[in-house]
Design a binder for this molecule. Structure first.
Ligand SMILES: Nc1ncnc2c1ncn2[C@@H]1O[C@H](COP(=O)(O)OP(=O)(O)OP(=O)(O)O)[C@@H](O)[C@H]1O
Length: 876
């Protein structure tokens, strides 16, 4: 037996060198020497005292926890150890929930814990760590859930293709969901289900069950008891509270500060030091945004010091007390007086210029691989990063002056008026600010007087933006003597382009463009809207010619429209009257872009032109002929009145053109039988302000619109309107089937589908998976399975009726959750007519109440008497 095994036997109380020597029959000094070797090797620890004892080092405390995490040995020790224990739990890692104030380091710790766990599990790259902040999609709960679980093509507007979710990406690894409380209840349910069963489905996916094995870390700044469904909360077996900065030790705060200063120094590639009084200020000031704020405040101070250094006033980067963010300084000096308002000011000021702003020249200098593609990527990343980081327009003048020289700020602010006359939109404050930041970069770079890599030209920005920047450039030259070379002008023009180029997709290059120019306030734009909608692509550009608009103005607008296009090789102009034909010829000469013109435009022509412009390898001539033929055929058919009849169309309408209408669209598609192959279903947005139905009327000219279905009552002559909620009941469904039947070209025998009682459960899950966003269909179906039989027996529903009611309840709950989450409850409630006449009998009350209660509990919805009465009335 060796010394180590002997010590293991001694357990946590340990043993002295003498005891070990005695047990192994070696002399004490030899035992002591061996023991000290083991101590050096970190396998044994000394327990100080008299006599000195030795005990073995517990491996999980030394090897598993990353000692590089600041605070690992102090305030964060219990947290890191519990976190690691959860991750290394036999068979399956336990889900972890990190709670704590903003900036305490939850994301940081999640990543550290994941890295440690991955390393401990053999450190291979095939265990992915996927991090996602739910707050990024908080405005769109549907998309948020879609990001996490994946989206099936057509699940909602814009879902043009199947999309993999993060769960799939993290399969076999770790998924970190920051701000998890932003998940809508349906998403929380889905997550719970995944944690429980390892099973999930993509949004809008009816039947396919997917499997994933992930370790989950959630984080929230909110009170998890209030914001998370209790089912989900319970599923997090390990909850770790990350301490605020004020509860961390002084040594840790010092260590954090040194760490951040070192990070900044590395970025600057210069010597950096900090004056003592400034260091003191950083160590003691009240820092409500915790480590995150400490870090950004240090960054701001360093940025100040760095600018001073670049301005050549000093020979090293020295952070002084004057660099300490002003509001904080005031706060430090005035103690805690008026703390809360100061704290808010501090955050406002620091949220924007939190880091040294990106520096293109340094990046180009540091780019090893100088091939064209790589250099372009550096430039595009820079443009995007600057634009994204500073896109919040709420910037105070102070924050401008913190980072941009006064004279530059002045020229920029003066130039806004001129720029607005050239640009097709009003320049925003944040765009000006971003330009200012870049110009400051450029100026600093000139001052630093180092060898300058020319900025590579990425994509030629279009003429309007170049013209605007040229204007700015001459103002800069005249007023402050700052000269901008051509490549700088091109770069700045990109900051003005509304769609910032991304590395993955440069601004869309449309080789062949179609521009529609017609008289009237909105004729061209309505036709373009319909076509773009039907083609699912913004291919038609419209120029309206209101009666008071001069021919010259129209001409200019068409020219501007072409100028704004990138890489266009040919334009088809579709106009209403022949006199506009000459316009194309003149513009062609002026802009040197081939243009062809077709007059007497109608919708089939626009549609065909749009379709052709999307066909790859189409030529301008080809597109012209196809569009022309489409018009001729249409006119001939119209005259003969013998051609194929118009296709049938069902329009689904709502205020957004997304949400409800889109759901209905996919649900309806499944209702169509083979005899209804010609039927198109299209969702249409109705502007809530104008309730303008011209798009629908426009569709009627070219389609046989057989029904309008939706959440917004719309009346179009000769077209029946079916409210969405009626459609989810048996009566509504049969009404729609009837409509389809009577509008069919050839009579087909009516499908006499009768569901059986046993099929209802499955059909409802399937149906709700198609149309519900917020509820978990299975959870709802289980609940109804339990409660409906009593209700069904009371009203004596047949199976078809019962199916209708299940679906109705499902979509009602989904809608209630949607409105609660989107906080437009008033609109939702007002869609239920006030009803004082329906009386719910005592017996009805008894059979419904348990279901109402369960639904309320499970989906956190609030019933009103009106909604209950409506439901009971429908059941009778
Ligand atoms: N122990 C640490 N050592 C070094 N840097 C840290 C540490 N903890 C946090 N940070 C840094 O502080 C900043 C804020 O941390 P983080 O974003 O993880 O906080 P958070 O609690 O997730 O904040 P929020 O709730 O606002 O998302 C990050 O830049 C992070 O890198």
């Amino acid at each position: 037996m060796d010394i180590y095994q002997q010590l293991q036997q001694a357990g946590s109380t340990g043993a002295t060198a003498g005891e070990i020597g005695e047990a192994l029959q070696i002399d004490r000094s030899t035992a002591s020497r061996y023991l000290n070797d083991l101590v050096k090797a970190n396998r044994v620890v000394k327990i100080s005292g008299k006599p000195v004892k030795y005990t073995i080092q517990q491996p999980e405390q030394t090897e598993l926890v990353d000692r590089h995490v600041i605070g690992a040995g102090e305030s964060l020790q219990p947290l890191l150890e519990t976190g690691m224990a959860a991750f290394l739990y036999p068979s399956r890692p336990l889900p972890i929930l990190l709670t704590g104030e903003t900036g305490t380091g939850k994301s940081y710790l999640a990543e550290k814990l994941s890295n440690m766990a991955i390393e401990n599990a053999g450190g291979s790259g095939d265990r992915p760590f996927v991090a996602f902040n739910c707050a990024d999609y908080a405005q769109n709960p549907e998309l948020l859930v879609g990001q996490i679980f994946g989206i099936k093509e057509g699940a909602f507007t814009g879902a043009n293709e199947d999309k993999t979710g993060l769960v799939e990406q993290a399969d076999g690894g770790i998924l970190f969901l920051d701000e998890i409380h932003r998940l809508p209840p349906s998403g929380q349910e889905m997550l719970f289900y995944l944690m429980d069963k390892g099973v999930y489905h993509r949004l809008g996916e009816a039947t396919r069950e997917r499997h994933a094995d992930i370790a989950l870390i959630g984080a929230t700044t909110e009170d998890s008891e209030t914001y998370l469904l209790s089912t989900l909360l319970r599923r997090f077996s390990v909850k770790l509270a990350v301490p605020p900065l004020r509860d961390r030790t002084a040594a840790e705060r010092q260590e954090l500060m040194d760490h951040f200063l070192t990070e900044e120094a590395a970025k600057m590639n210069a010597r950096l030091s900090i004056e003592d009084d400034c260091r003191e200020a950083f160590l003691t000031y009240d820092c409500p945004g915790n480590i995150g704020q400490l870090k950004s405040d240090i960054q701001i101070a360093c940025a100040h010091a760095y600018l001073r250094y670049l301005n050549k006033e000093v020979d090293q980067v020295l952070v002084k007390l004057e660099d300490f963010p002003e509001n904080n300084l005031a706060q430090t000096m005035s103690g805690s007086r008026n703390k809360s308002s100061r704290a808010i000011e501090t955050r406002d000021l620091t949220t924007e210029p939190i880091r040294l702003f990106p520096n293109i020249y340094q990046r180009l200098d540091h780019t090893q691989n100088k091939d064209e593609g790589q250099l372009q990527k550096v430039v595009l990343d820079y443009i995007r990063e600057l634009a994204e980081r500073y896109k919040q327009p709420a910037l105070s003048r102070d924050s401008w002056q913190q980072l941009i020289d006064d004279d530059l700020v002045e020229v920029l602010q003066d130039s806004a008026g001129n720029l607005n006359t050239i640009l097709p939109f009003k320049i925003s404050k944040s765009q000006l600010y971003v330009i200012g930041l870049h110009l400051q970069n450029y100026r600093n770079h000139l001052r630093a007087n180092v060898k300058k890599e020319p900025i590579p030209v990425v994509v030629h920005p279009n003429a309007v933006y170049r013209q605007a920047v040229n204007h700015l450039a001459s103002q800069l030259q005249q007023e402050i003597g700052l000269h901008l070379p051509q490549e700088e002008i091109e770069l700045l023009a990109h900051f003005l382009t509304p769609e910032q180029p991304t590395t993955s997709g440069l601004p869309v290059e449309q080789e062949l463009a179609v521009i529609l120019v017609t008289h009237g306030e909105s004729t061209a734009s309505s036709m373009a809207e319909v076509t773009n909608y039907l083609l699912g692509n913004n291919v038609i550009h419209a120029v309206d010619m209101p009666l008071n608009q001069s021919a010259e103005e129209t001409y200019e607008r068409v020219k501007q429209t072409i100028n704004r296009m990138i890489g266009v090789h040919g334009v088809l102009l579709l106009v209403d009257i022949g006199s506009l034909i000459t316009m194309g010829d003149t513009i062609q000469h002026e802009l040197n872009v081939p243009i062809k013109t077709l007059s007497s435009v109608n919708l089939p022509m626009v549609l065909e032109a749009g379709r052709q412009s999307l066909t790859s390898e189409q030529t301008l001539d080809g597109m012209y002929h196809q569009a022309r033929n489409a018009m001729v055929t249409f006119m001939e058919e119209d005259q003969r009145q013998t051609g194929p009849q118009k296709k049938r169309l069902i329009a689904t309408v709502c205020f957004t053109g997304e949400g409800a209408a889109q759901l209905l669209e996919s649900w309806l598609e499944n209702q169509l039988s083979a005899a209804d192959e010609d039927v198109l279903i299209r969702s249409v947005r109705i502007d809530p302000a104008t309730k303008d139905t011209s798009v629908l009327t426009g569709l009627k000219d070219y389609y046989d619109v057989i029904a309008i279905i939706g959440t917004v009552p719309v009346s179009i002559e000769g077209v029946p309107y079916i409210p969405a909620w009626e459609l989810l009941q048996t009566e509504g469904i049969s009404r729609m089937h009837k409509l389809l039947e009577i509008t069919r070209r050839t009579a087909v025998p009516q499908l006499n589908e009768h569901v059986t009682k046993d099929e209802i459960y499955g059909l409802v899950i399937q149906g709700l998976q198609e149309i519900a966003i917020y509820i978990n269909p299975k959870v709802l179906a289980d609940l109804l399975q339990e409660h409906i039989p009593r209700i069904r027996d009371h009203y004596d529903w047949d199976s078809n009726r019962e199916l209708g009611m299940w679906m109705h309840i499902g979509s009602l709950i989904d809608r209630m959750m949607a409105t609660l989450l989107q906080q437009n409850n008033d609109h939702f409630l007002s869609s239920f007519p006030l009803d004082h006449q329906t009386v719910i009998s005592v017996q009805e009350q008894q059979i419904w109440q348990p279901l109402f209660d369960r639904l309320q509990q499970t989906f956190s919805i609030e019933w009103t008497d009106n909604i209950k009465r409506e439901l009971v009335k429908l059941s009778r």
